[in-house]
Design a protein around this ligand. Structure first.
Ligand code: NAP
Length: 411
């Protein structure tokens, strides 16, 4: 058992700005609002952080897991951290504190008992997930990929300009798994004259490549022309990517993600729930299953996919060509002329019997990806179908999280 640190010494929690991809996961996860950000950095407020560790497992890059032993009065403040381009080195403590025996210095996990926190999904992967590689290429050492394909996957007459972009890595290794993401470094500088930060995109292709056996991968990118509130906004990276031509070069970092991974054991079932470009990881997982359709190893695939209209649903054509006995497809269209507005959570309720049957099977994993707003709606729908079946949702929800069987990636 480690002795407590003297009161004047703080094990300060810091975020590495060179690895952080500014995905906001830590700020959303922190139960006590100790994490904040500006246009440059995400930082931890030493006056609020209690070392509960809630933010550490969900971070896709590991940038969050940095600690410095500091004299409390000299802790790095929020303003100072916001200006950092890199983490400062370790500082020597004054003698009184430094004289602590080595094993009196607690590991990060000993700082405090983990506070109860209610992340909606698991912070561990499914038990049979393959080993993911992360952070092989960083802001300092990005990989150069070549664009080998870029085409629109939504109706040309619609507002949703969504592109399928294929990147090739040539001879260099870039091992990935379905559910992981990569970072793209757009060229140029931001309003402060600093190089743009990386933007994160989920893979839309399976581990063995967009084309099986090739060293390439694909992304699903929506051209951003307005913000979530509908005001005009120019998405720096999405516009850059959607305008790329064949043979253009792109700076890539990653891969990222160690929990939103698919099970690797035979006859595992997947419930996939997505909206818009959140379909990227579902395409990757579905394609992984499709490529082994003849092996008899596949479990069931149940897809709930939301989009405004059929013509704005990425990959609509290829998706509808998949055999019905291979994947059970449920489309929730919210703005289709002459049809009632429907969201994925409405369809989950309509398909309650199938959802319950799959939830009862411990070989089933659930993936939710897309708009942040659907998180609550999907959880409510899963709770409702469970309760209607006479089961206790809180027990099932805990089990799904503990066993790495319920995963969210929402923005
Ligand atoms: P979108 O077109 O704005 O919306 C897709 C559908 O979701 C629409 O039918 C929309 O209905 C519906 N929707 C809106 N609010 C909802 C709610 N509370 N519950 C359920 N459905 C709801 O979607 P998008 O612009 O493609 O956005 C997809 C999201 O996925 C983005 O936030 C993106 O950041 C995220 N994402 C992208 C990637 C990637 O790799 N590109 C990866 C992970 C996540 P309405 O008619 O009401 O708008």
């Amino acid at each position: 058992m480690n002795a407590p640190l003297p009161a004047e010494v703080l094990k300060q929690h810091l975020i590495d700005p060179e690895i952080c991809i500014r995905c906001n996961t830590c700020e959303e996860t922190c139960p006590i609002k100790a994490i904040t950000h500006d246009s440059n950095n995400y930082v931890v407020d030493p006056d609020i952080c209690n070392g509960c560790m809630a933010c550490v497992p969900p971070c896709p890059t590991g940038a969050i897991d940095n600690w410095r032993l500091m004299v409390r009065a000299e802790a790095y403040g929020v303003q100072e951290q916001l200006g950092w381009e890199e983490l400062p080195g370790e500082k020597a403590l004054p003698e009184t504190a430094a004289a602590l025996p080595a094993d009196d210095v607690p590991a990060a996990t000993d700082l405090a008992a983990p506070a109860p926190f209610s992340a909606p999904g698991a912070t561990v992967p499914p038990w049979s997930a393959a080993h993911p590689y992360v952070n092989l290429y960083t802001h300092k050492t990005p990989m150069t990929a070549t664009v080998v394909g870029n085409y629109r996957v939504t109706g040309a007459d619609t507002e949703s300009d969504i592109h399928h972009i294929v990147l090739d890595f040539g001879e260099l290794p870039f091992p990935v798994l379905e559910g992981q993401s990569i970072g793209i470094l757009p060229p140029g500088v931001d309003a402060q004259g600093r190089p743009h930060h990386a933007r994160q995109y989920s893979l839309a292709s399976p581990r063995d490549g967009e084309r099986a056996g090739y060293n390439n991968l694909s992304l699903t990118v929506k051209r951003v022309t307005e913000d979530h509130a509908g005001a005009a906004a120019h998405g720096v990276c999405s516009n850059y990517l959607c305008d790329l031509a064949k043979n253009d070069k792109v700076q890539v970092i990653g891969p990222f993600g160690h929990t939103f991974l698919m099970p690797n054991h035979p006859r595992a079932n997947l419930i996939m729930i997505c909206t818009g470009t959140g379909s990227a990881p579902m395409r990757a997982m579905t394609e992984r299953y499709r490529r082994r359709i003849d092996t008899g190893e596949n479990g069931r695939l149940l897809l709930f996919f939301g989009a405004r209209t059929e013509r704005e649903l990425p990959y609509f054509g290829p998706l509808m060509k998949l055999p019905r006995d291979f994947i059970d497809i449920n489309l929730a269209l919210s703005r289709e002329t002459g049809q009632p507005k429907r969201y994925v959570q409405d369809l989950i309720r309509e398909r309650a019997a199938s959802v319950r049957e799959l939830l009862a099977d411990r070989n089933t994993c659930i993936y939710v990806c897309g708009l942040k707003g659907m998180e609550v709606g999907v959880l409510d729908a899963l709770r409702d179908v469970t309760v209607q079946g006479g089961q206790d949702w809180s027990i099932l929800h805990d089990a799904l999280r503990r066993e790495g069987r319920l995963h969210f990636e929402t923005y």
